[in-house]
Design a protein around this ligand. Structure first.
Ligand code: T3D
Length: 256
């Protein structure tokens, strides 16, 4: 297919691929809207984890510069097309593994880092290309990187606009795994498949409370944790896990 975003269901894993390889998967408004819709549809259709990656040698080179900056109100483009992708990722009820197969630049870095588990190929890099072209980090990059790596690292990355290689991203806490290039998809798919076999309701609640915790107080966080535990403790998967534990057998989770 030549659609700019591809979806393939592999068991309960939705493999979502950015697919404009000749442009290094640079983003157009239609592509962003399709990405958001694809993620929502995957979750609605019963996927229990997403594996997000890029076709070709890049993950995503950010905004398509042949038809964007200077030709439209970029703030409007962000509000209408980019921010909804990041918000959709944040609000998705299932976890997202990003397999960063190559450059993740500009808003492409934001999309990669908005995933729950970010796996980078050894030769891949993150690039806050914005300042190099007179722009500012967007699509959540300022928040995502500030939370993950802290103010000093964020400022250096955002101001200097230099490539950050996978090993450095790992050392700075921006990603949690680096894999040799040839093993990227196998490792990433393995993580997504593991997540897809886990208690899905609990994983969705965990995602939500982590985001509350990172913006809120201890007291607010404990309140959300308590609300979530009421829900989680009543799920089939929790009942099954406890029965399996007591019966000394392996649990089988349905995602309910
Ligand atoms: O209004 C709005 O949309 C505002 C929103 C802004 C959000 C943003 O993301 S702003 C940041 C935009 N992105 C960038 O500034 C990065 C631009 N790309 C690059 O700097 C480089 O391509 C990379 C460092 C990512 C990779 O370099 P390299 O040397 O490996 O590849 P290349 O030769 O530069 O790129 C290969 C082809 O892809 C090339 O086309 P060609 O020569 O084969 O016809 C190149 O022009 C094209 N390409 C790469 N990035 C983009 C792109 N085409 C359009 N837009 C791109 N962003």
């Amino acid at each position: 297919s030549d659609a700019p975003v591809l979806l393939a269901m592999e068991g309960h894993v939705a493999v979502v691929q950015l697919n404009r390889p000749d442009r290094l998967n640079a983003l157009t408004p239609d592509m962003l809207d399709l990405l958001a819709a694809t993620l929502r549809r995957a979750a609605e259709d019963g996927a229990r984890a997403v594996l997000l990656t890029g076709e070709g040698r890049a993950f995503c080179a950010g905004a398509d510069l042949t038809a964007s900056v200077g030709m439209r109100d970029s703030g409007e483009a962000l509000r209408r097309h980019y921010n909804p992708v990041i918000a959709t990722m944040a609000e998705l009820p299932i976890p997202i593994v990003a397999a960063v197969n190559g450059a993740a630049a500009g808003a492409g870095a934001s999309i990669a880092l908005a995933a729950d588990i970010v796996v980078m190929a050894q030769s891949a890099y993150l690039l806050l290309a914005f300042a190099n072209i007179g722009l500012v980090p967007d699509a959540g990059a300022t928040w995502l990187i500030g939370k993950a790596a802290g103010r000093a690292r964020l400022l250096e990355m955002a101001l200097l606009g230099e490539r950050m290689l996978a090993e450095e991203a790992l050392a700075n806490g921006l990603v949690t795994r680096v894999v040799e290039d040839g093993g990227l998809m196998q490792v990433s798919h393995g993580l997504a498949a593991k997540l897809a076999g886990m208690p899905t309701v609990a994983l969705g609640l965990i995602r939500k409370q982590v985001s509350v915790a990172l913006s809120g107080t201890l007291a607010e966080t404990m309140e959300i944790e308590a609300d979530h535990q009421s829900i989680a403790a009543r799920t089939d998967d929790c009942r099954e896990a406890i029965a399996a534990f007591l019966e000394k057998r392996e649990a089988h989770f349905t995602g309910h």
